[in-house]
Design a protein around this ligand. Structure first.
Ligand code: UD1
Length: 360
């Protein structure tokens, strides 16, 4: 089998770590990096730490509006796929790089497989939701993390073949948590004690692009009654720089450590040691779940509904009182059901890709 994988930003590098090596055991893979993320701390460090094969092709697209970025990716991917003529194009998740890869594949007449298919927030204002829906309807093989995702796709009557595989990001979190415990010095570097701080990430356009929403985020962070490590994404940093008063408030708060974006091992180490995660990331919600860390989600809905149903995730949007209440709630004592495939999703993806590309 000859696969072309299109990836371009941080969560996709993590997901590829569960799959690329396995594809290369039994077939060939060409990885195209769109360049949506280009800073070392959002890109190169993940390849090094996770041992992902270096991309064969770098498109160097860089930043831009959703429309502009996706359009430039499409224009660059077309000739690459013409030259490669792979059996299948593989994409992950819900970013602009995902949609561009899927659409370019479909337009080139190449089969498209989508890992993390069927996730829905049912909020079309999120660029990611549009990317998810459009990618799924352009895909031939839809590889789902959860039964809820399978049901979503059945309801939408997608044309492609739908399979439940588990979650590849959960595979990587489970495999690398012990490595992170051994190698990372992040607790010392960020001056926090095991079990006695809150880890924060926030970068959703819907939370940081509007200064009024950004101010609510700042209010929540100021009010957390624990040490906080806030790993500031470049989008968030840029929005804070644009409203210096908000940036200064964060810098003045004595319990807050403002950090640059974290490498994967430092992130996992800080997550494992945290009393709770406060986040608007999708991926981090399930990473917290598989590592047994209570999560408080800065959104009013989530695609990862089973983490909420299991009692390990609470949705608070940007409400200060709700966020503080949720952070103080004790972790559920019940066992965590295994929701995401138990660390074997990457193997299932490999096997289904092999079967799909071998079919006459
Ligand atoms: C993108 C994804 C989002 C994902 C996130 C993970 C879309 C629509 N959004 O959001 O789903 O959760 O990646 O991080 O695809 N920038 C840098 N260095 C970089 C890359 C970006 O400084 O290497 C800055 C640029 O100013 C850029 C901004 O960050 O304008 C946002 O980057 P972009 O890739 O557009 O979206 P993300 O917010 O990262």
């Amino acid at each position: 089998m000859r696969i072309t994988t299109v990836i371009g930003n941080r969560p996709q590098f993590v997901k590829a770590a569960a799959v690329s090596g396995r594809i290369r055991e039994i077939g060939s893979e060409t990885t195209i990096h769109t360049g949506q993320h280009y800073d070392d701390e959002l890109s190169a460090i993940f390849f090094t730490e996770l041992g992902i094969p270096a991309p064969e092709v770098q498109l160097g697209i860089g930043s831009g509006s959703n429309t502009d970025q996706t359009a430039r990716m499409l224009a660059a991917l077309g000739p690459e796929l013409e030259r490669e003529r792979p059996d299948l194009v593989l994409v992950y998740g819900d970013t602009n790089s995902t949609l561009a890869g899927a659409l370019a594949g479909a337009q080139a007449g190449v089969a498209v497989a989508h890992v993390e298919a069927g996730m829905r927030s049912f909020d079309r204002r999120m660029p990611e939701e549009l990317n998810r829906v459009l990618t799924d309807h352009a895909s031939d093989l839809l590889l789902c993390s959860t039964p809820v995702a399978v049901d979503n796709l059945r309801r939408e009557a997608v044309a492609g073949e739908v399979e439940l595989v588990g979650d590849v990001m959960a595979d990587v979190a489970l495999a690398f948590a012990p490595v992170a415990s051994e190698r990372s010095r992040a607790l010392v570097e960020h001056r926090v004690e095991e079990g006695d701080y809150v880890l924060v990430t926030a970068h959703r356009a819907g939370n940081v692009d509007d200064p009024a929403r950004l101010e609510h985020l700042v209010e929540i962070l100021e009010a957390v009654p624990h040490d906080v490590v806030f790993a500031v994404h470049p989008r968030t940093r840029a929005r804070l720089e644009a409203v210096p008063e908000l940036r200064d408030r964060l810098e003045r708060a004595p319990h807050l450590r403002l950090a640059r974006p974290l490498g994967y091992l430092d992130f996992l180490r800080l997550l494992t040691g945290a009393r709770a995660l406060l986040t608007d990331s999708g991926g981090a919600q399930k990473e917290a779940y598989v590592l047994g860390v209570p999560c408080v989600t800065l959104r009013d809905r989530t695609e990862w509904v089973e983490t909420v149903e299991a009692g390990w995730n609470t949705l608070v949007d940007l409400e200060v009182a709700a966020a503080l209440g949720a952070l103080e709630r004790p972790a559920p004592s019940a066992e965590r059901p295994q929701l995401y495939g138990g660390g074997h999703a990457g193997e299932r993806v490999r096997d289904l890709l092999a079967a799909y590309t071998a079919a006459p």
